[in-house]
Design a protein around this ligand. Structure first.
Ligand code: HAM
Length: 423
């Protein structure tokens, strides 16, 4: 058996050695801080979920990517590909006792059996921000503004990011105005979302296979020429609910100072079937990576799993694409994984003093790396340099006698002598 063991993680899965873990923490810290600043509360759930909850019949890519298995009691289980169905289940489970609107966030590990490309792995972490039970577009703007704050905490300015938005409700109204029956809308959304991944001919075939006429298919493609809300308005007989909703969203987002980041883009549809209203995706403007995050309004997911109808808005922001962007920008270079102090000693006779010094510093909430064995000074200072400690304390026989330590600032090379009791 040992012969067959590979020491690499399974394809598409990731190991987090301390260096990668530090980067992950850097991202998670920003996410957690932004969510907390915006008043979201953290929740979590097990990555194993019932397969039934995750399967939907709409023909979405995500459903085909589920890692599914049976447990020993023949239950159909799966590793979650996304957090939203689990969130919906948790909300429905306590729908009678929660006070709405609920604002929750999660740092969720998700698994999808994907074709591996840049920015896509088979396992990723996703920052989820969701507001459940709020009809107004304040829910959309709050969620988006929190994500923008997260980007800002990671050092990405508004000028580096663009959020493209549209509305499935509006798109539905446009399809109706063009005479395309509602029964085809879901298929039209999912087909159009594949643009760029498959050819337009293949998309047209998908629509024709669903029963959309040839003329209808042409009209669906025609919609993609809409460049502004004004263009959309001209195609509609009067101001529809979806149009008003997206205009309200645009107005409110200006109050948040988001107008330079937001850009109407009719081609943003999203690949998940449960979205019903405004949908959006965040991009790094300069680098041409895949979406950094995506989300939208989903009004029917709770009732679709047997709960009372309640509307919701949310987004998922993955760690893979953002890590590539931060790495390209050199933002990870500033991460220092080392403790502030390194404490070492010459011989075993000084070990007790060294331990006491470390204990004392740690009691003052300092981070301290204590040498596990006696060490010669040359080796110790070389190690300090390599590991990037800020301050070094090397204890020799004289220090024990005088009950003092010499604290060396490793950047300035200045040394300060301090009585141990005054540390
Ligand atoms: P999604 O667009 O499928 O939405 O995923 C959201 C984000 O997760 C993507 O923009 C990307 O950053 C990241 N992501 C997804 N799949 C992968 C992958 N294979 N490798 C790396 N990163 C990935 C959702 O999952 C929705 N449940 C989001 C949501 C929450 N909507 C409402 N609430």
């Amino acid at each position: 058996m040992a012969d067959n063991i590979s020491y690499n993680a399974p394809r598409g899965m990731r190991d987090f050695y301390p260096e990668e873990m530090a980067k992950r923490n850097y991202i998670f810290d920003a996410w957690r801080q932004a969510a907390t600043e915006f008043g979201f509360q953290q929740y979590d759930a097990c990555v194993v979920e019932s397969l039934d909850l995750l399967k939907r019949k709409a023909g979405e890519e995500i459903v085909d990517q589920i890692y599914a298995f049976k447990d020993k009691s023949d239950r159909d289980l799966a590793l979650r590909p996304e957090m939203t169905p689990t969130l919906a289940r948790m909300i429905v489970n306590k729908q009678g006792s929660l006070s709405f609107p609920v604002k929750w966030f999660a740092l969720a590990q998700c698994f999808r059996y994907e074709r591996m490309t840049r920015g896509r792995k088979r396992e990723h972490y996703q920052w989820n921000l969701d507001i459940i039970g709020e009809e107004s577009v304040t829910a959309e703007t709050e969620v988006i503004a929190a994500a923008v704050r997260g980007l800002e905490l990671l050092g990405l300015s508004a000028s580096e990011v663009k959020i493209h938005f549209s509305s499935r409700q509006l798109l539905g109204e446009l399809l109706v105005a063009l005479g395309i029956d509602e029964k085809f809308h879901q298929a039209a959304f999912l087909a159009l979302d594949k643009r760029g991944k498959i050819t337009d001919e293949q998309i047209a075939k998908l629509l024709l296979d669903e029963g959309v006429s040839e003329a209808g298919t042409e009209k669906v493609f025609g919609l993609l020429n809409i460049k502004s809300l004004d263009d959309a308005e001209k195609l509609l007989p009067d101001e529809t609910a979806g149009l008003k909703n997206i205009k309200d969203f645009e107005e409110l987002s200006k109050v948040y100072g988001l107008e330079d980041i937001l850009e109407f883009d009719i081609s943003v549809i999203r690949g998940l079937s449960y979205y019903t209203g405004i949908v959006f995706e965040g991009f790094d403007a300069a680098h041409g990576f895949r979406a950094i995050f995506g989300g939208g309004r989903y009004a029917n997911l709770l009732n679709s799993i047997g709960g009372k109808p309640q509307t919701a808005v949310g987004l998922g922001f993955g760690d893979v694409v953002i890590a590539e962007i931060l790495s390209d920008l050199g933002r990870f270079d500033e991460i220092n994984m080392a403790a502030e102090y390194a404490v070492a000693y010459m011989n075993d006779e000084q070990k007790e003093t060294a331990v006491k010094v470390a204990v004392k510093l740690r009691s003052k909430a300092k981070t301290v790396d204590l040498a596990l064995n006696a060490e010669i000074p040359k080796k110790f200072f070389k190690r300090c340099e390599k590991e990037n400690f800020k301050k070094a304390i090397f204890i020799g026989p004289d220090d024990v006698e005088k009950q003092t330590v010499r604290i060396k600032d490793l950047a300035t090379r200045e040394q300060q002598e301090v009585k141990i009791e005054d540390l």
